[in-house]
Design a protein around this ligand. Structure first.
Ligand code: AMP
Ligand code: MG
Length: 405
């Protein structure tokens, strides 16, 4: 039974391997820019020309020489709009060009004075009131953001809003992205029935296949929800074998010490290597991780909150790495604790919690719960407050770490 940070380090080691493997073996497909959202870039997007391609005015105003401004009025020699070429030659001492945001600053000028800061007298402009204007003001020099050929979005980056904008600016109408890994989802349990069925009194609806399906999708992969597996060693072995064509096998339930928990036994019988069997965490203590032939697997505990937390901590990062993503650690944020939390030391805890954030930061409060089967509490939560293994009390007002789901 590993400490949380040791278990995380074991996953981290496999994440490195999986990522290196994905970079060479994962299939690459080309998709239109608009379809690239959420996909992982397989080759870097490089600047196809200097950015900006010309010295760009960042304000509406007048392009001139900063040194001339203190002297008095400048003669306005022309007007320049964004998207227009300047044809009137270099700006000379004592001259200014009226210029709009996004236009190329003419040669000779070294600053743009904001329209709000000038006063016009006849055909001349000057500073409205005393103010220091330095060379370079309101100009982004050509190539200052990126030089032609420079990497703007690195391979391994998941395409979000900023990456899509940057790729668009470089002419990336079609982008090479890694194929999405496929994750098989196998829920085990004699008590489970499908969501649309009417359960008998002692039966439970299978929720894990659906929470995992969504977590897999959010990690950029394709879920394959397979039929429920009964608590039987042979049936479990067959189901695992059939799921082996996927990039990752996710099992839920059947990993505890009960007489009818067959997942570990089935994996042993199939010849699996185990990287860990159990971690000192709550929820999720019985989690197992390993590899069967070339396929990674996780045996996630069946309690629904344990399933989602162990996916977020361990399986999600590995799945992202299998998809070639370079940033795949679990996501933690900091928040200020609104109410004291007391626990027994000995396990790293991930307690359902509600985070509210605004421009000043985030505050977090634990959600009352009945333990790792309490989906109603989980549904009220939007994160999991982290209590380190050796901590018994987190004080009101303290900054604490929160796991994002
Ligand atoms: P297990 O890990 O198989 O011992 O299951 C622990 C608890 O989680 C039991 O109360 C199960 O009924 C419940 N459980 C197991 N699998 C699922 C599932 N797929 N959906 C919802 N609850 C489950
Ligand atoms: Mg079970």
């Amino acid at each position: 039974m590993l400490r949380y940070d040791h278990a995380a380090a074991v996953v981290g080691r496999e994440v490195e391997r999986a990522r290196a493997g994905a970079a060479t073996t994962q299939r690459v497909e080309r998709v239109p820019l608009a379809a690239a959202a959420g996909r992982v870039l397989a080759e870097a997007v490089v600047a196809d020309r200097d950015q900006p391609p010309f010295a760009r005015a960042t304000r509406d105003g007048f392009a001139c020489r900063a040194a001339d401004l203190q002297a008095g009025g400048l003669r306005v020699v022309g007007q320049l709009r964004a998207g227009e070429a300047w044809t009137l030659g270099a700006i000379r001492p004592g001259e200014a060009a009226e210029i709009m945001t996004g236009a190329a600053v003419p040669a000779g000028a070294d600053c743009v004075v904001m329209a709000e800061h000038v006063a016009a007298q006849g055909g001349a402009v000057g500073l409205g009131e005393a103010r220091e204007i330095v060379p370079g003001e309101n100009i982004v020099p050509a190539g200052a953001e990126a030089r032609a050929g420079e990497v703007v979005v690195a391979a391994g980056q998941r395409m979000g809003v900023t990456e899509i904008a940057a790729a668009a600016a470089c002419g990336g109408a079609e982008l090479p992205v890694f194929a999405r890994p496929r994750a098989a989802i196998l829920a085990t349990g004699d008590e489970l029935v499908e969501v649309a069925e009417t359960p008998l009194e002692y039966q439970i609806r299978n929720s894990n296949s659906y929470s995992l399906g969504e977590q897999v999708r959010a990690a950029g992969s394709e879920p394959e929800i397979l039929p429920i597996v009964r608590d039987d060693r042979g049936a479990t072995e067959r189901a695992i074998r059939e799921a082996g064509g996927c990039d990752l096998v996710l099992l839920t339930g059947g990993v505890s010490m009960g007489k009818f928990d067959f997942v570990e036994q089935a994996l042993v019988a199939l010849g699996a290597d185990f990287f860990f069997t159990g971690a000192r965490i709550q929820p999720g203590k019985p989690v197992v991780f390993g590899k069967l032939a070339n396929t990674y697997f996780f045996g996630l505990p069946g309690n629904p909150v344990s399933t989602m937390v162990t996916f977020a901590l361990f399986a999600g990062p590995l799945l992202r790495a299998l998809g070639g993503e370079s940033e795949c650690r679990p996501r933690f944020g900091m928040a200020q604790l609104e109410e004291e939390v007391r626990v027994k030391a000995g396990l790293t805890r991930f307690l359902p919690a509600r985070v509210e954030s605004d421009v000043r930061g985030a505050r977090v409060k634990q959600v009352a719960w009945q333990g790792s089967g309490d989906l109603a509490a989980a549904a009220k939560a939007n994160g999991f407050l982290v209590v380190p293994e050796t901590t018994e009390r987190l004080a009101t007002g303290q900054m604490v770490s929160v796991l994002e789901i």
